[in-house]
Design a protein. Structure first.
Length: 298
């Protein structure tokens, strides 16, 4: 990755994190322990990919109203973080480290980690609702809110997670694995970019194209994640490696092999970029960001 792109991503990540942190609740009252667990995981760092993609898509379509987009940016990262807290629990992936630090259930206990995940999901919707202001933009806000509630749910991320859990310890067809990747991983990326487009006033056709861009990018992202789980180290990734094999999970690599998986990352990325170029939007940073995701090393 070019130094200039890396610097831009790092700069934008810091800017996004300042926005996210401004929406975190105060750690006070009788419920301060669960709020502490929420904030501990939200402040654990990471790529901040979803809110960044949302914001860049919003900017690409001409969006300028920060009070409209920022609550949704915070909300989608809260939803992503709640999913990670629950993924790391002993009943699912049973991982003790995430982003280079101990996971929530290790620090706060399983019960509080479950509650923290639940709380982040609810707080995400409370945060997103701050974008409603009784103005003509509320139609866009309502469409964005509908995407925010559907894509992480049973017809998106949770649906994919359910299929993932039920696929363990058995052979599954490739179509089922693709369903898992398109929903467990790609749905939240679709959610981020679609909301950015909708809030900026993109046409329905443009929003549909953005959905396809995000889906292809999300699948490429997950395939690369499967590859890194086999080829990288815990120090490089900041989380345990080999979890998929330990939990007897079906992965893209286990079905297609390393070489073909690498080729498919390139193909999915090409299809995403071709769709992006069809929008005829001169927005090189988002295009470069999509390309970077497929070649990442952590």
């Amino acid at each position: 990755m070019e130094a200039s792109l890396k610097e831009k991503i790092e700069k934008r990540t810091k800017e996004v994190e300042e926005i996210l942190y401004s929406y975190l609740p105060e750690e006070e009252g009788y419920q301060k322990t669960v709020i502490s667990a929420m904030n501990y995981t939200m402040r654990a760092g990471g790529k901040r990919l979803r809110p960044m993609l949302m914001d860049e898509t919003y900017r690409m379509f001409g969006g300028t109203d920060r009070a409209l987009i920022e609550p949704f940016m915070a909300a989608i990262e809260m939803i992503h973080t709640y999913s990670l807290i629950h993924d790391d629990l002993p009943a699912l992936d049973n991982d003790d480290y995430r982003r280079g630090r101990k996971t929530a259930h290790v620090v706060y206990g399983e019960a509080m980690a479950i509650l923290a995940g639940d709380a982040l999901l609810n707080y995400a919707f409370e945060t997103a609702s701050k974008a409603f202001r009784g103005t003509e933009e509320d139609i866009r806000t309502a469409r964005a809110f509908a995407i925010l509630t559907r894509k992480p749910g049973i017809y998106g991320m949770i649906g994919g997670q359910t299929a993932d859990v039920e696929s363990e310890h058995r052979e599954i067809p490739f179509e089922e694995l693709l369903f898992i990747h398109e929903n467990k991983t790609a749905a939240l990326i679709e959610c981020a970019m679609m909301i950015g487009a909708v809030l900026a006033g993109a046409s329905q056709e443009e929003v549909a194209t953005v959905e396809q861009i995000a889906r292809k990018t999300g699948v490429a992202f997950q395939i690369q994640d499967d590859i890194l789980d086999l080829t990288s180290t815990q120090e490089e990734l900041g989380k345990p490696v080999g979890s998929d094999e330990k939990n007897e999970k079906n992965t893209y690599v286990s079905m297609k092999g390393l070489e073909q998986s690498g080729k498919d990352v390139i193909q999915y990325t090409k299809e995403a970029i071709d769709a992006f170029d069809s929008l005829h939007r001169d927005y090189p940073f988002l295009r470069d960001l999509l390309l970077y995701l497929s070649g990442r090393k952590k």
